[in-house]
Ligand binder design. Structure first.
Ligand code: 1PW
Length: 214
């Protein structure tokens, strides 16, 4: 795999998700997006079949970055402040996408759901047998999470894309953190942070009844 700015490194992604968590259980938006951007670089190394998958995530990241670059940037510092600000100011479409089709809350929710997939997928890789099929781990994770929110046509296309994934050990070695065993150890250290970020967001969205935003 090529070195340089565009090379994927699992460590960077995991460090970014680790940096998301604040002392008051707040989830910081900038490192969350940085983590996602690292993942997108990774998806792009997997070939063009994955570009349709990454394209939507890129769009969502861009929407949230635009909020972070706007006059209201402080309101979007953490997921908690974003939810509070958008709800207090009627900036979220709760029943049907209409006046605020790209609210921070609904956009973040899509990445949040995808993070669950990622978490389950990485956990499957971590605990899988040496020669297990990454495509199987990936589709099992997908079917147990994100697939529930996708129409048939997207589920079909995603399943086809998964077939091209390499075997577990090649995959782990491609993560640029050393041997497959070292990659597994790093996943073991970092996955609890991704889980925490996911759980806190899930709890916050549940509290505000935002888990089904259109
Ligand atoms: C190898 C594992 C990598 C995990 C990366 C996860 C990326 C997830 C992106 C999946 C996107 C599939 C195609 C787009 C679907 C959109 O309709 C959907 N977006 C997501 C992120 O699920 C819903 O967004 P929408 O249509 O309500 O704006």
């Amino acid at each position: 795999m090529a070195d340089g700015a565009d090379a994927f490194c699992l460590r960077e992604v995991l460090v970014a998700f680790t940096a998301c968590l604040g002392e008051q259980r707040e989830v910081r938006v900038d490192p969350y997006l940085a983590g996602w951007k690292g993942l997108i670089r990774f998806l792009n190394t997997l070939g063009t079949v994955f570009s349709f998958i990454s394209k939507d995530a890129v769009t969502k990241i861009q929407i949230l970055e635009n909020y972070r670059n706007s006059d209201q940037r402080e309101k979007y510092l953490t997921v908690q402040s974003m939810v509070e600000y958008e709800l207090a100011n009627g900036l979220v479409d709760l029943k049907k996408r209409s006046e605020h089709p790209d609210s921070g809350c609904r956009t973040f929710l899509r990445l949040h759901r995808a993070l669950r997939w990622l978490q389950m997928f990485l956990e499957g890789l971590r605990t899988g047998e040496e020669d297990s099929k990454t495509s199987v781990i990936c589709s099992e994770a997908y079917n147990a999470s994100l697939a529930n929110y996708h129409p048939w046509i997207i589920r079909k296309a995603a399943t086809v894309a998964f077939y091209v994934l390499p075997t577990r050990n090649t995959f782990l070695e491609n993560m640029n953190v050393g041997t497959a065993d070292e990659a597994v150890a790093m996943l073991g250290d970092a996955l609890p942070f991704i889980c925490k970020v996911y759980d806190i967001t899930e709890e916050l969205y549940a509290q505000h009844k935002l888990l089904d935003l259109p």
